[in-house]
Design a protein around this ligand. Structure first.
Ligand SMILES: NC(=O)c1ccc[n+]([C@@H]2O[C@H](COP(=O)([O-])OP(=O)(O)OC[C@H]3O[C@@H](n4cnc5c(N)ncnc54)[C@H](O)[C@@H]3O)[C@@H](O)[C@H]2O)c1
Length: 274
C-alpha cells in the first residue's frame, strides 16, 4: 500500500496508513516517562509491544498490564542495552515469541547518580556510563535488531537524540534550580543523531527507515522555578507532555511516513526556531 503507483488520492485510505495492526515494535526505556507513552500509543494503534528496560524497572509487569488492557500479546524483557549479549538475548526472545520485528524505538537513557556534576569535575566513570548507555546502547540495538529487520525485508527505527544535540543548552534555564544538562548527555545524543543519519543512508535500500524524535522539556512534576524559567524561554510558554511526543512516534513507525528517512522530528514547542 505504501508505494501504490497512483496520482489519485481518492484511492488511498489515509487512516489506514497510521495503523500498526499486528506489527511488532521493540521499545527500549519502555518503563520511562516517554517510553510509557510510546508503548500505550503504539498499542492503541494495534501493535504488539516488546517492552525492554533494565530489570529494576520491571518491564515484565508493565508488559502484562499492557497485554491485559489491549487483549494482545506483549513481551517484557529486562536488559542492559549496553551489553551485546543481552541485546542478542532480546532479539532471540522477540524471534521466539513473534518471529518478526517491524519497529525499533530507542527510548533509553542513563541518568547516573552524579548526572548533574559540573563539567570541570565530571568523572570519567560518569562520562563513560552516560555515553555507554545512550550511544553504545543505541548502536547495539540498531546493529542487532536493525540488521535483523533488513533480513526480514524492512522496518522502521526511531532513535531519540535531544534538543541538546541540536543546540546548546541555555544555562539560564537552570538558574535557581537543582537541574542542568551535562556535556556527556549532549555529546552522547550528538552521537545518536550522527549514527541515525548514517544508518538512514546505509539501510535506505534495505527498506529500513531510520528517523529521530527530539522531545523537549517533558513535564514530570518539575520544580516550579524550572517550569517558570522554561515558560520564559519557550515560544509556546510551557513544558510538553509525554503523550504529545508519542503521537509523532505513530507517524514515524507507520506507513504514513513511508517516504521519510533520516529525519529528526522536533517535538520541542519551537525551542530551536528563534
Ligand atoms: N524527558 C525529556 O524532557 C527529554 C527531552 C529530550 C530527550 N529525551 C530523551 O527521551 C528518551 C526518554 O526520556 P525519558 O524522560 O522518558 O527518560 P526516563 O529517564 O524517564 O526513562 C529512561 C528509561 O531508560 C531505562 N534505562 C536506563 N538505562 C538503561 C539500560 N542500560 N538499558 C535499558 N534501559 C535503560 C530506564 O530504566 C528508564 O526506564 C531519553 O533518551 C531521553 O534522553 C527526553
Amino acid at each position: 500500500m505504501s508505494q501504490e503507483r497512483t496520482t489519485d488520492p481518492s484511492k488511498i485510505d489515509f487512516r489506514k496508513k497510521f495503523e500498526l495492526g499486528g506489527k511488532v515494535i521493540v521499545i527500549t526505556g519502555a518503563c520511562g516517562l516517554i517510553g510509557r507513552a510510546f508503548c500505550e500509543a503504539a498499542a492503541q494503534f494495534g501493535a504488539h509491544i516488546v517492552l525492554a528496560d533494565i530489570p529494576a524497572a520491571k518491564p515484565e509487569e508493565a508488559a502484562k498490564a499492557l497485554e491485559e488492557k489491549h487483549g494482545r500479546k506483549m513481551l517484557g524483557f529486562g536488559l542492559d542495552v549496553a551489553k551485546k549479549n543481552e541485546v542478542i538475548a532480546l532479539k532471540a526472545a522477540v524471534e521466539a515469541e513473534f518471529n518478526r520485528c517491524d519497529g525499533l524505538v530507542n527510548g533509553h537513557q542513563n541518568k547516573t547518580k552524579s548526572f548533574f556534576e559540573p563539567f570541570e569535575e565530571y568523572g570519567e566513570d560518569n562520562w563513560d556510563a552516560v555515553v555507554e548507555t545512550n550511544l553504545k546502547g543505541t548502536f547495539l540495538t540498531c546493529q542487532i535488531i536493525g540488521t535483523w529487520m533488513t533480513a526480514l525485508g524492512g522496518g522502521s527505527i526511531v532513535n531519540i537524540p535531544s534538543t541538546y544535540s541540536v543546540v546548546a543548552p541555555n544555562q539560564n534555564l537552570y538558574k535557581g534550580t537543582s537541574l542542568g544538562c551535562p556535556a556527556a548527555y549532549s555529546a552522547s545524543k550528538g552521537g545518536v543523531d550522527a549514527l541515525s543519519r548514517y544508518l538512514a543512508s546505509y539501510w535506505a535500500n534495505k527498506k529500513v527507515r531510520v528517523n529521530m524524535i527530539t522531545p523537549h522539556g517533558v513535564w514530570n512534576n518539575h520544580e516550579q522555578q524550572f517550569e517558570d524559567n522554561f515558560a520564559r524561554f519557550s515560544p509556546m510558554e510551557r513544558l510538553s507532555y509525554n503523550h504529545e511526543v508519542a503521537s509523532a512516534l505513530i507517524y514515524l513507525l507507520s506507513d504514513a511516513s513511508s517516504y521519510v528517512t533520516g529525519d529528526n522530528l522536533l517535538v520541542e514547542g519551537g525551542w530551536t526556531v528563534w
